[in-house]
Design a protein around this ligand. Structure first.
Ligand SMILES: O=P(O)(O)OC[C@H]1O[C@H](O[C@H]2O[C@H](CO)[C@@H](O)[C@H](O)[C@H]2O)[C@H](O)[C@@H](O)[C@@H]1O
Length: 306
């Protein structure tokens, strides 16, 4: 099994890992120069962007906009097939995507074809399956190679989940290399226990179980995630010194987006969409409502003269 530094801290019960007293934990973090999650300043309305980020944007500098899809560009719906981007978001997103000084990438947990069809903008970069598959505007791809053993375990995992917990309205979304176990419509009295069985099955196959909206994301145990994918995309597009030349903005709403928020700390500005005022995040700001994403995009587009 492979773990990155954050997961090492979050999973002290893994075999071979020693849980540190909390006082030592912060010493270790400082030594390793690792950022910590905390309650981030909040953006509550469109005016807050200018007020809280004065001077951040510069229309003469390239802007890289990296965005999550579900819960960010489109509000959460009760079924993944029912998501729709609000028209205002769609319009401003299309304008930004065409700007010569703007680079755009959508980094989603969905399968790549699925998210491409839903966003529907050509000429931008897409990453699917939490960054495992990446497609450039010219159609060329980067696929993170999963070890054979992990691929085999994935096939077994799908089978076992389907046989044991695809019941009581819960279902498995098989995305070839990662899956989502959806349990929104499972009756309340058995929801939690059935979900716990699913989590156990996921972990017994060596996969990571991440809490999502009425769903569990099962991700392969590799050191590749939305954060690594974001850095890979920026390096490929702008070279090793991308941080000197490019203004980076990232927005996402989920636990899986935190990987990007963590790795972009200090080199970009990131926004976590959450209604929870106490949420702990690596993001620079919390957007208190999903519809503020549209305002974020309008703020970017007006700074770039659109
Ligand atoms: O990384 P994202 O673009 O945010 O994708 C994350 C997952 O989104 C989808 O599930 C979530 O959104 C659904 C539609 O709003 C909702 O019904 C579900 O409860 C959410 O968990 C998608 O189905 C997954 O494949 C993505 O991994």
């Amino acid at each position: 099994q492979e773990y990155n530094s954050t997961q090492l801290q979050q999973q002290p019960n893994q075999p071979g890992l020693v849980a540190l007293p909390s006082s030592l934990n912060s010493v270790v973090r400082n030594l390793a120069n690792m950022p910590e999650k905390r309650v981030a300043p909040t953006i509550d309305n469109a005016e807050d962007f200018d007020l809280k980020l004065p001077g951040f944007l510069n229309k003469n500098k390239t802007l890289a906009i990296l965005l999550d899809y579900d819960g960010t560009l489109a509000p959460i719906a009760d079924n993944p097939n029912k998501t729709v981007m609000p028209i205002t978001t769609e319009v401003v997103l299309n304008k930004l995507a065409k700007h010569p000084n703007v680079f755009m990438a959508i980094i989603s947990g969905r399968g790549i074809k699925d998210v491409q069809n839903r966003v529907g903008i050509s000429g931008i970069m897409y990453a699917g399956n939490h960054g495992i598959e990446i497609e450039r505007p010219d159609g060329s791809r980067h696929d993170y190679q999963l070890p054979i053993e992990v691929q085999e375990n994935y096939t077994k995992l799908v089978k076992e989940l389907r046989a044991n917990v695809e019941k009581n309205n819960a279902w498995v979304e098989d995305k070839r290399v990662s899956l989502t176990y959806h349990y929104r419509d499972t009756p309340l009295d058995i929801k939690e226990s059935q979900k716990q069985v699913a989590v156990k099955i996921i972990e017994s196959h060596g996969f990571r179980a991440n809490q999502a909206h009425e769903a569990i994301e099962a991700k392969p145990p590799v050191n590749w995630n939305k954060g690594e994918a974001a850095l890979f995309i920026l390096k490929q597009q702008f070279g090793e010194n991308w941080a000197d030349d490019v203004k980076v903005v990232f927005a996402g709403d989920d636990t899986t987006d935190e990987d990007a928020m963590r790795l972009l700390q200090g080199v970009g500005k990131s926004f976590r969409i959450s209604t929870d005022p106490q949420i702990q995040t690596f993001a620079d700001f919390r957007l208190s409502r999903q519809d503020l994403v549209s305002d974020l995009l309008k703020w970017l587009s007006s700074a770039y003269g659109l």
